[in-house]
Design a protein. Structure first.
Length: 802
């Protein structure tokens, strides 16, 4: 198939560049895939010199040729472009509008110059078509053309080494060997006469051009020979860009994918009549093209299904093999870029690649960060679970901390490695530090909770071991109380702290912290003692009264004491009070540090041995050692009961126990009164009262009177419940009896009168149920007597307090 059948007008007669046509050409001919393996050939020469005819025969193109029978007129306008058929490498050929044409007029050489410059700028090989008979002629048609070529070439900053292939048409019988030197001489002359910039003043033509010459027979006169010679010439275009080929030493080739853009830009610069800096242009083309390729690749990744799925998944959870998957996707993009941008300027290509890489990484970084976030949460979650289980199973805290921290940090590192992207050197150390901090914070919080639990446990134990024994010891209140408490505290604290220290050793806390915690436990033990002592001190009055009651009301065998009158109540009272005072002195201060104080002595001196009377109030006050709010040698922090409080408590204690003592004395007295007189007194009564007794027995009236007095007396005794009234003491008994005596006597007399009347009258209902009546009366009296007796105790108490 003839691949070169289609030609396009690249630049029209008015200088318009056919962008769409060129893009279409590039696409349909797949020119962009050629890289640098392509060649560009152009042909220039006088109008109607058979250029199109030559190209069509040489490259299999279909440029429009002039119809030989219609006369010589311009057929090619602007610049046309086509692909050479079946030539390797990919070769593009451009047919330029003929120079020196009648159509543009003699003076319009602008387009001629522009198209010549364009051809020189983009072509590797330029065919210069010329008639054989013009060689050596002073006014040859090709001379202005060559002059133009050389002049415009000076406008290229760094010209490509273009091959100028002079095609001599309608060669005569003169052999080429004779023609070529003449032609080269003509060319050299033109070159020498072309005005050159100072830098190129002495630069030889060969620096810029390879000059080749070929001669062809007339197409019109010797067509067959022409075709043969053209076929031979065609051979020279195979592998034209290989070393030794027609364009073997070409320079500054633009990669095929940039050809369209490059040609367009070159034409634009030429049209604007600016100088054409080809190296700079090449960099510009490379920059634009590399950027286009990079953007294309970036867009490719954004729309890649695999990437979209990966990005979506990583928002929710860890994606196994995230790093590998993403690395492959990025690799695909970058290698695609590398492939397409391979032939562009290395510096530009590399810089654009870096930009692409950075944009790609910027695109995927949020997903990587999300992945790290998931790894972080999972590491912490798994650590908490494993650490908790290890502690539950009894593993030591320090050991578990060390084992699981290092194990889970390693897991984190491995997960980070799995998420790492080959193209990026992203450092997960910041997240690692955060994970470390998270784990550390969790360990610290668990440690705090465990230590607090442990401390509470040992404090509870210590409290339990101390509280009750201390209460008992304080209650015993003897000289040994505080030494015993100190011993107990020391023993229990020692045992608790030893175990506590052993429990703490599993936490790897450091000696200073352990010491501090042990000290706190010791302090706690002391506080238990102190608070217990304060508690007991708050109840000291009750305790003192209890002690007093126990010692006063019970004998040595702890049996309730019966006051027979033989007891030394004063001594018993003194002993009981002294024990109560001991209790007060024991509870007056905390003595945990083996210091000595004078509290006991001071209290004894001030409260028990103090002289009664004989001094004025003023002097007592000045001598009173208890008129102070602090004890000597006892700091206020250790004081439980101040001297003044002791004094007040003692006064209250004495007042409240006064009654018990009074009652005991009364009871003892009563027992004394109930006793029979001594036998000698009874004998004296019998001897001395015998006559009076006999007189009474002989006189029945006396006897009857005595009997009546006895009955009335007995009734009053029973009704008034005289023994009961005196049970609460003599004075209250007398007071109570004085109020009840008269009403009772009246009631008895009235009853006697009623009895007399009833004896005369028939028996009534009341007489048939004497028990009920007597009970009602009895109850009435009893309740009355009880309430009155209570009121007398209260008044007695109040009297005692006063
Ligand atoms: N004498 C002679 N005439 C030729 C030769 N080749 C082509 N022609 C004739 O020259 C005329 C012009 O041919 P084209 O190929 O159209 O020439 P051209 O240079 O492309 O013309 P423009 O594009 O208009 O500048 C035609 O009539 C051809 O037959 C040749 O080798 N010798």
């Amino acid at each position: 198939m003839d691949e070169g059948c289609c030609s396009i007008q690249l630049i029209d007669g008015d200088g318009g560049y056919n962008v769409a046509g060129m893009e279409h050409f590039m696409k349909t001919m797949k020119m962009a895939e050629c890289g640098l393996s392509y060649a560009v050939v152009s042909i220039m020469g006088p109008q109607s010199s058979g250029k199109s005819t030559l190209l069509n025969h040489l490259f299999g193109t279909n440029f429009r040729e002039m119809d030989a029978f219609r006369g010589r007129s311009q057929t090619t306008k602007g610049i046309w472009l086509a692909k050479c058929a079946n030539i390797e490498p990919f070769t593009v050929v451009m047919d330029l509008e003929g120079s020196d044409g009648r159509e543009r007029g003699e003076d319009d050489t602008a387009f001629e110059n522009q198209s010549a410059l364009f051809a020189l700028a983009v072509s590797d090989i330029v065919l210069i078509n010329m008639w054989c008979h013009d060689i050596g002629r002073e006014k040859a048609a090709n001379k202005p053309l060559l002059k133009t070529v050389f002049q415009v070439m000076m406008r290229l900053f760094s010209p490509r080494k273009t091959t100028l292939l002079f095609v001599i048409r309608d060669k005569t019988k003169t052999p080429l060997e004779n023609l070529e030197p003449v032609l080269r001489e003509d060319i050299q002359k033109i070159w020498d006469n072309v005005p050159k910039p100072h830098a190129h003043k002495d630069t030889p033509l060969s620096e810029f051009f390879n000059v080749e010459v070929v001669a062809l027979s007339s197409y019109e006169a010797k067509e067959e020979l022409f075709k043969e010679q053209v076929a031979t010439l065609r051979q020279r275009f195979y592998h034209s860009i290989a070393p030794g080929g027609l364009a073997g030493d070409r320079r500054g080739v633009v990669p095929a994918s940039g050809f369209s853009f490059s040609a367009q830009q070159i034409w634009k610069i030429i049209k604007e009549n600016k100088d054409l800096d080809l190296p700079a242009h090449k960099v510009m083309v490379a920059t634009v093209r590399c950027e286009e390729i990079a953007n294309e690749k970036l867009a490719c990744l954004s729309t890649d299904e695999e990437w979209i799925q990966l990005e979506e998944s990583v928002q929710h959870d860890i994606v196994p093999g995230f790093g590998k998957k993403l690395t492959a996707l990025l690799d695909k993009c970058l290698s695609g870029y590398d492939m397409e941008a391979f032939y562009f300027e290395e510096a530009v290509r590399t810089s654009k690649r870096q930009q692409l890489e950075s944009k790609l990484l910027q695109l995927v970084n949020p997903s990587y960060q999300a992945m790290l976030g998931h790894i972080r949460s999972k590491t912490l979650h798994d650590f908490k679970e494993a650490f908790g289980k290890a502690l539950e199973s009894g593993e030591g805290f320090a050991t578990a901390t060390l084992t699981y921290t290092s194990s889970f940090m390693s897991k984190f590192d491995r997960s980070c490695e799995d998420a790492a992207i080959k193209q990026a050197n992203w450092d997960p150390s910041k997240v690692r530090d955060e994970v470390w901090r998270d784990i550390d914070a969790h360990i610290a919080s668990v440690r705090t909770a465990k230590l607090s639990e442990l401390t509470s446990q040992y404090e509870g134990r210590l409290s339990k071991a101390l509280a009750e024994p201390i209460e008992v010891l304080l209650d015993a209140a003897s000289d040994d109380t505080w030494p015993a408490i100190r011993k107990l505290l020391q023993r229990e604290t020692k045992s608790a702290t030893a175990e506590f220290a052993s429990a703490l050793s599993t936490f790897d806390l450091g000696q200073a912290t352990v010491d501090k915690m042990i000290m706190k436990l010791e302090e706690y033990g002391r506080n238990v003692v102190e608070s217990k002592a304060r508690e007991e001190a708050g109840r000291v009055l009750i305790r003192m009264k209890d002690r007093f009651s126990t010692l006063f009301g019970r004998d040595a065998d702890s049996m309730p004491r019966v006051w027979t009158g033989k007891e030394d109540i004063k001594a018993i009272t003194k002993a009981a009070r002294s024990v109560s005072l001991k209790l007060l002195s024991v509870l007056a201060a905390i003595r945990l540090d083996e210091e000595t104080d004078q509290i006991q002595e001071t209290l004894s001196l001030a409260l028990v041995d103090a002289p009664v009377g004989g001094a004025t109030n003023r002097s007592i006050q000045s001598l009173d050692p208890l008129a102070s709010s602090s004890w000597q040698e006892v700091p206020s922090s250790k004081t439980l009961i101040t001297p003044v409080q002791c004094k007040n408590l003692w006064r209250q204690f004495k007042a409240e126990t006064e009654y018990t003592v009074t009652q005991a004395i009364a009871e003892a007295n009563k027992r004394n009164n109930n006793m029979l007189p001594p036998p000698w007194a009874i004998a004296a009564i019998v001897v001395l009262g015998f006559n009076e007794f006999m007189t009474l027995l002989r006189n029945p009236l006396y006897l009857g009177f005595i009997f009546i007095v006895f009955l009335v007396g007995k009734a009053i005794w029973v009704q008034l419940d005289i023994p009961g009234e005196f049970r609460n003491g003599a004075l209250p008994g007398l007071l109570s009896l004085s109020t009840k005596f008269l009403p009772t006597v009246m009631s008895i007399l009235k009853r006697l009168a009623d009895e007399g009347q009833r004896a005369a009258a028939p028996p009534s209902q009341d007489q048939r149920n004497p028990k009920l009546d007597s009970r009602v009366v009895s109850n009435g009296v009893h309740s009355n007597s009880t309430s009155e007796s209570s009121s007398s105790i209260i008044s007695s108490d109040r009297g005692a307090e006063h």
